[in-house]
Ligand binder design. Structure first.
Ligand SMILES: Nc1ncnc2c1ncn2[C@@H]1O[C@H](COP(=O)(O)OP(=O)(O)OP(=O)(O)O)[C@@H](O)[C@H]1O
Ligand SMILES: [Mg+2]
Length: 487
């Protein structure tokens, strides 16, 4: 008797076993549908084949038929049914964001009678399902924390510099600041041209800061630092499933992140030719097409592009499209190299030393002879090189008083870059080899940092040349610069 109770009923009067299986499935399905806020099924291409009306209304549609045949992510952006259909593996329980709220979902693959995969089905569980309350409370709590972190991130995306941080009182410096102020108000595309280290990035931040977009994001992309194969998705975003392997859920591009604000497109001269028409279209139409999306998204982004190469020359070489160049070259600001504004050097030295000293918690002095020595150098790496030189000189001096000897020792040895004959550095100022033991990892890191700093100095801050000398790619150099705080 006991056995009979425990076992699956082998027969119910009037029903075959197959009937019962069908009935069981139907009643299970009905119950699940009743227990949940929504249900949706997709085919192997993740297109919606069925959605109940409750769910359709929840996601803002008038009825289920508006969803049929569309990629599920268009209706439910965070859906993972594509993944479930593809892998054949269920996701028994998960938390998904749906509009402003979070819901508990369960997803299962679907197969036909022969066991072949045909798609996937997902249920949004009703939030009164017992046991889910504590989970949802936790999610809500995490969500609050996430929002705070996102706010902090948005804050950090705000431009860091204002025009006052672009130092200089010489005529060329004042003129470039005047042009920047004007460009900020015009809301047009701006092109910043100038040698390495002349302050293009600093000025881009400053323009955003004095523009009406100040309260919106400032987003940067460096076309030279992102590997070519990833740049398109980085800029324009990718639709869910656009890649195999990579981010299946799609990603937002930098253009979208900058919507309403400013996109700083650094080293635009390094933009691959194949991507240039797409950039041109954004500038003309203010529309982007995410990779694999087949649809356009309207945007409101001001682009500030920068190049340390002469773009006109790149056009002549066939490496940059002329139409894109003309579109960028509407409001062009040419940043003066440091050697064209020697009068600014003392002010720059003073302010840079204030900044460097401030970080070290010290007051650093420099004598007039040292400043004169600096004025004789021609600064191919411009303000960045000046800053690096001062930092190096400081490492060579024991205290906080910089003299001519320290400065001379910190300048590159190559006399060809010195405009006046240089006095040899006295012995006592030569850099002493670091004494004492340090972990190998730290020693390797220090050696790498030093090698990079030297390569940059030797090549006047020109990154491509420095990367070549170091035997690494330009993108790898950018990564290392960021890692070592040299960027
Ligand atoms: N006019 C300036 N006033 C103060 N600091 C400056 C000025 N110009 C450049 N700098 C400083 O020099 C460094 C390099 O500046 P920035 O990164 O803006 O140069 P860049 O033109 O973008 O160079 P690159 O082409 O190599 O990227 C930064 O530390 C920046 O703060
Ligand atoms: Mg730059």
């Amino acid at each position: 008797m006991l056995d009979n109770k425990m076992a699956w009923p082998v027969g119910v009067p009037g029903h075959s076993m197959a009937d019962i299986r069908t009935l069981a499935m139907r009643s299970l399905f009905d119950r699940l549908e009743g227990l949940c806020e929504g249900a949706v099924a997709v085919d192997m291409d993740a297109r919606v084949v069925w959605i109940n009306d409750k769910y359709a209304r929840k996601v803002g549609l008038r009825g289920a038929d508006q969803a049929l045949g569309r990629p599920v992510e268009e209706i439910i952006p965070d859906s993972r049914l594509r993944e479930v259909a593809g892998s054949g593996k269920p996701i028994a329980i998960d938390i998904m964001s749906l509009g402003d709220e979070h819901v508990v979902v369960t997803r299962m693959p679907l197969s036909d009678d022969g066991g072949a995969p045909v798609g996937a089905i997902g249920f949004v569980l009703y939030d009164k399902v017992e046991g889910l309350r504590p989970v949802m409370a936790k999610v809500q709590q995490l969500q609050t924390r996430l929002r705070a972190a996102e706010r902090a991130l948005a804050e950090s995306r705000r431009a860091r510099y204002s025009l006052a941080s672009f130092l200089g009182v010489s005529a060329p410096a004042l003129e470039i600041k005047r042009q920047a102020r004007r460009a900020a108000q015009l809301d047009a595309t701006v092109l910043l041209q100038g040698e390495t280290g002349t302050g293009k990035e600093l000025l881009a931040h400053a323009i955003h800061q004095v523009s009406p977009r100040i309260d919106r994001s400032f987003v940067s992309v460096n076309a030279a630092a992102v590997p070519e194969s990833l740049l398109e998705a980085e800029l324009f975003g990718a639709a869910p499933g656009a890649y195999t392997g990579a981010d299946r859920r799609g990603r937002e591009g930098k253009f979208k992140l900058a919507d309403g604000g400013t996109l700083f497109l650094d080293e635009v001269g390094d933009m691959p030719l194949a991507l240039q028409p797409k950039l041109l279209r954004v500038l003309q139409e203010q529309e982007i097409e995410p990779l694999g999306a087949n649809r356009l998204i309207r945007l409101d982004v001001r682009v500030i592009a920068a190049s340390s190469f002469d773009l006109e020359q790149r056009v002549a070489e066939g490496r940059f499209r002329a139409d894109l160049y003309y579109r960028l070259n509407v409001l062009t600001l040419r940043l003066p190299p440091l050697r064209d504004r020697p009068d600014d050097l003392p002010l720059l030295v003073e302010r840079l030393l204030e900044d460097i000293g401030g970080r070290l918690g010290q007051t650093i002095e420099i004598d007039d002879e040292a400043i004169q020595a600096l004025q004789h150098h021609d600064w191919p790496g411009n303000v960045r090189e000046l800053r690096n030189t001062l930092e190096r000189a400081l490492l060579l001096c024991d205290g906080t008083q910089l003299t001519r000897a320290h400065v001379m020792a910190a300048l590159p040895a190559s006399a060809s870059r010195q405009r006046a004959p240089a006095a040899a550095a006295p012995d006592e100022t030569a850099a002493a080899p670091p004494s004492g033991m340090q972990p190998l990892h730290a020693a390797v890191q220090a050696a790498e940092r030093e090698a990079i700093a030297v390569a940059l100095q030797v090549h006047g801050g020109r990154k491509l040349a420095a990367a070549r000398a170091l035997g690494i790619s330009r993108a790898a150099l950018y990564q290392k610069l960021a890692l070592h705080g040299l960027a």
